[in-house]
Design a protein around this ligand. Structure first.
Ligand code: ZN
Length: 328
């Protein structure tokens, strides 16, 4: 394990040096191909104390500048139609969850460099302006509470600022909870949530509203796709509930955007065959994953795996891993 970690670090260091010396192109050799990238949040500074979902706008712009200069950045439409260039890396960009920070920071940069992107929106914004994972990340970090009770289970705060019961974090439990129980989490931490200065933390939780989503949908550079209603893990809730989530998020977005919504990104990338079939049945033509469950799934033209961006490494390291198509 230790040797693997040393090898990984040394590999990153070697690649950083190559890039710094201007030999980054050497790494592209034999690394041609296609990647769909996934971003979540873009913020001012690339804050990682709450979670690993935020990348700074400066880093983001630098990265966009680099990939538009050196590689072939294309729309997801072109990606699906396999309009790839040979001898380079073909890249399409996607953003999951529907954060307001996408609208605030990412959209202007994408417009500046004329980069197409797809935004996969969680439609919970009609019920609450945040995702439960972000709510929990923020209150868990700031609260003075050491233990809380949810559904008769005692959760204790660990040194990573997570509330744990029976070895599982509340954040993980929340992935499969119905909305009524999620509201109980809100009640538990209501006072902590209300004492956060809202403006200061807005970048770490606030979702786009209907008007902002519509504005993105109307921009010819961008498309909107669905990402579930409550961001529940669809494979961990009853299948009928999961189908409802998928259908509802499609219908809500079609109403907001006044256009058909034909792309679906599975929350957390978790999917199964039944849900994938259901998505196609109700009119989704593209299914965005993180990793394929099985080899067979790689043959389904509708589904594509995606490369998740990492806020903990330098741009050179990120590029090197992107070229390789993996972090290891
Ligand atoms: Zn998501």
């Amino acid at each position: 394990m230790l040797w693997m970690r040393i090898k990984y670090r040394l590999g990153l260091l070697y690649k950083t040096v190559l890039f710094k010396l201007g030999f980054g192109k050497l790494l592209l050799k034999d690394r041609y191909g296609e990647r769909i990238l996934v971003y979540h949040g873009i913020d001012e500074v690339g804050e990682t104390k709450y979670n690993s979902r935020f990348i700074s706008k400066v880093f983001f712009e630098e990265f966009i500048k680099h990939i538009t200069t050196h590689y072939n950045v294309i729309s997801l439409d072109d990606f699906y139609q396999k309009k790839f260039k040979k001898d380079t890396l073909n890249i399409a960009l996607t953003f999951d969850d529907g954060y307001l920070n996408n609208y605030k920071y990412a959209v202007p940069i994408l417009e500046k460099y004329n980069v197409p992107a797809c935004f996969y929106i969680t439609t919970i914004h009609e019920k609450a302006p945040y995702l439960w994972a972000d709510f929990l990340d923020l209150v868990s970090y700031h609260t003075k509470k050491k233990e809380v009770i949810l559904e008769r289970n005692l959760y204790q705060k660990n040194d990573k600022n997570e509330f744990i019961w029976n070895g599982i974090s509340m954040k993980n439990v929340a992935k499969a909870l119905p909305y009524d129980v999620l509201k109980m989490i809100y009640e538990i931490f209501k006072d902590d949530w209300e004492s956060l200065p809202p403006k200061k933390y807005e970048d770490y939780w606030m979702l786009m509203n209907a008007q902002q989503i519509k504005e993105i949908a109307d921009n010819p550079l961008f498309t909107i796709g669905a990402h579930g209603e409550t961001h529940a893990s669809l494979v961990d809730i009853p299948v009928e509930e999961a189908k409802k989530e998928i259908l509802l998020s499609k219908q809500q977005l079609e109403k907001i955007c006044e256009q058909p919504i034909t792309e679906f990104a599975f929350p957390f990338g978790y999917y199964n065959q039944e849900l994938a079939d259901y998505c196609e049945e109700i009119g989704f033509e593209r299914l965005l994953l993180v990793d394929y469950n099985t080899k067979k799934d790689t043959k389904n033209e509708a589904s594509q795996h995606r490369f998740v961006m990492n806020p903990y490494i330098s741009m050179e390291q990120q590029l090197a891993c992107l070229l390789k198509g993996s972090y290891f």
